[in-house]
Design a protein around this ligand. Structure first.
Ligand code: AMP
Length: 535
């Protein structure tokens, strides 16, 4: 067989050549804008040329700080298209973490949405970036303290389109994305051209997301989180119509977009779909075009799957993945011979995370080696495959997660007789709220740095809207006193607002294991019904 390196540029070339009329529709400040793949191709080649003129070379990192829209899509292809590395920066991270990852990745240029400028301005003294490109619909650059700044559209106007670099080793890095750690700074994951191309192919398989040319795909999942689950890459390759929701959308906006653009596939975290369900209650929308909603990032509650399917006739597919796994690795679809079971049983099976998509392998390691596939024995899920990272970028923490050729996911699962995995716990001490991570350890350390706090444990409690929210349990030092408000005032300057615990509970002592570690399982049990009780 020919040894042709897999390369992202060929994906856009295919769209330009075979689907020049197909569209990318973006929700921007002044309404929807439409670009054909021919236009996207031309604009991407101009952006590639502009980046070259700014001095970006093979292997250099270029950061993006942006919502889901056509310009971000152009960056997705222009940056790897010149052999550079697309570093998608999560806009929800704390300023300290944003500065850290820009420095750690060594981003030479940043592409920033105009409305997100203030966040980067806050860290400008801590970073060393050579050029800032502002993505804006306005003809004028907004006022900013950043320098030097360039206007995205002006750069494109001045640039001559260029050809992409395709003679790269397929293992050459094309993208990178940082994922939150249990504590401390985020960890970087590098994606190769090869990994992205193979992962995109997996998104097109009939038994996985079955993404195809005839789809109208709406990635609600942000392009700054695990590459919007790889959908932008695959959609362009397949000539799929893309609908990009832009900044600060609401369930109403999503419902309208889905109806108006006749979306067939939408992808996002459970919080997004819970919001949409509430909106659909109004009975105002016709979403018959939707053939599946892809839901992952956190567990999809069975009741939500039921409501979408039984009430609104919208098929709902539960999927699982991680930043480290590109991300799609597991998807919950019934097998042909599982169709005869009762509706309730079907829902029980489909509420599990599912089984492996072709191309990746798993093993589940319990305390006595690999667990039995009996649906009860628990173990840590380990994965390997061509779109799974084999280390964190320049990070000593790699050795904890990557061992003997496997990624240890930190997710504790059971596997049933049919190979469906069900996540039952996490070994990593983190909280996932609305699809984004909160470090319990960082909150605990911050609380314990308060002079009146003896010890503090922060645990995840199930929440109807955000899936999980943090609750802090605090023991006050003898002879000292502190109020909840004082503790919140103490935490506020140190963390993003959405990281703050929903409640601070004062306790006489925190339950501990025999070796003195917090018994978080017990605490979680004690607090499990917290949000049901306070409603
Ligand atoms: P991230 O790298 O931010 O995408 O987070 C990946 C982690 O999210 C996984 O290791 C799981 O802990 C969690 N996760 C992803 N998908 C699911 C799911 N369908 N159900 C439960 N947890 C999930």
């Amino acid at each position: 067989m020919m040894n042709v390196p897999l390369n992202i540029a060929t994906m856009l070339e295919r769209a330009e050549r075979f689907f020049p009329k197909k569209q990318v529709i973006s929700r921007m400040k002044n309404g929807l804008v439409r670009h054909t793949y021919q236009e996207i191709g031309e604009r991407t080649r101009k952006l590639a040329s502009a980046l070259r003129t700014l001095g970006v070379n093979t292997g250099d990192r270029v950061g993006t700080f942006a919502w889901n829209h056509h310009r971000h899509l152009e960056a997705y292809f222009a940056i790897p298209g010149i052999g550079a590395v697309l570093h998608t920066i999560n806009i929800r991270l704390s300023p300290q973490h944003i500065a850290y990852i820009i420095n750690h990745a060594n981003d030479r240029v940043l592409l920033i949405d105009d409305d997100l400028l203030p966040i980067i301005e806050r860290v400008q003294d801590e970073i060393n970036v050579e050029a800032f490109i502002i993505m804006t619909d306005d003809p004028m650059l907004p006022e900013t303290t950043l320098a030097p700044v360039y206007h995205y559209e002006e750069l494109l106007q001045q640039a001559e389109p260029i050809s992409f670099v395709k003679d790269l080793d397929e293992h050459h890095p094309a993208g990178m994305c940082y994922t939150s750690a249990t504590t401390g700074n985020p960890k970087g994951v590098l994606y190769s051209h090869r990994g992205i191309v193979l992962h995109s192919m997996a998104l097109g398989l009939a038994d996985s997301a079955a993404l195809s040319e005839s789809d109208v795909a709406l990635p609600v999942v942000p392009m700054f989180h695990a590459n919007a689950w790889g959908l932008p890459f695959a959609a362009v390759w397949f000539g799929t119509t893309l609908v990009m929701p832009g900044a600060a959308f609401t369930p109403k906006i999503l419902a309208e977009l889905m109806e108006q653009e006749k979306v067939t596939l939408a992808a996002g975290v459970p919080t997004v779909w819970l919001g949409l369900l509430n909106e659909l209650e109004k009975g105002l929308y016709d979403l018959r075009s939707v053939t599946r909603i892809l839901c992952g990032g956190s567990a999809a509650p069975k009741g939500m799957i039921r409501a979408f399917e039984e009430k609104y006739g919208i098929p709902f597919v539960h999927a699982y993945g991680m930043t480290e796994t590109s991300p799609l690795v597991v998807l919950s679809r019934l097998k042909s011979y599982q169709q005869h079971v009762s509706n309730e049983e079907k829902l029980d099976i489909r509420a599990k995370q599912g089984f492996l998509v072709p191309g990746v392998e798993m093993k589940v390691i319990g305390k006595d080696g690999e667990v039995a596939w009996d649906g009860t024995e628990m173990g840590e899920l380990c994965l390997r495959g061509p779109w799974i990272a084999d280390e964190y970028y320049n990070d000593e923490r790699s050795k904890d997660a990557f061992r003997d050729g496997w990624l240890y996911t930190g997710d504790v699962v059971t596997v049933d007789e049919e190979g469906f995995i069900k996540i039952v716990d996490r070994t990593k001490d983190v909280i996932k709220s609305g699809g984004e991570w909160i470090s319990s350890v960082d909150l605990e350390n911050a609380l314990m740095a308060h002079e009146a706090v003896f010890e503090a444990a922060v645990v995840a409690v199930p929440h109807p809207q955000w899936q999980e929210r943090p609750i802090a349990c605090v023991v006050v030092k003898e002879g000292k006193s502190v109020t909840k408000e004082e503790l919140y005032d103490f935490l506020r300057p140190q963390f993003a607002k959405w990281w703050l615990p929903d409640e601070i509970v004062f306790m006489n002592e925190i339950p501990k294991t025999s070796v003195g570690k917090f018994l978080k399982m017990k605490l979680r049990e004690q607090l499990r019904d917290y949000f049901t009780n306070v409603q």
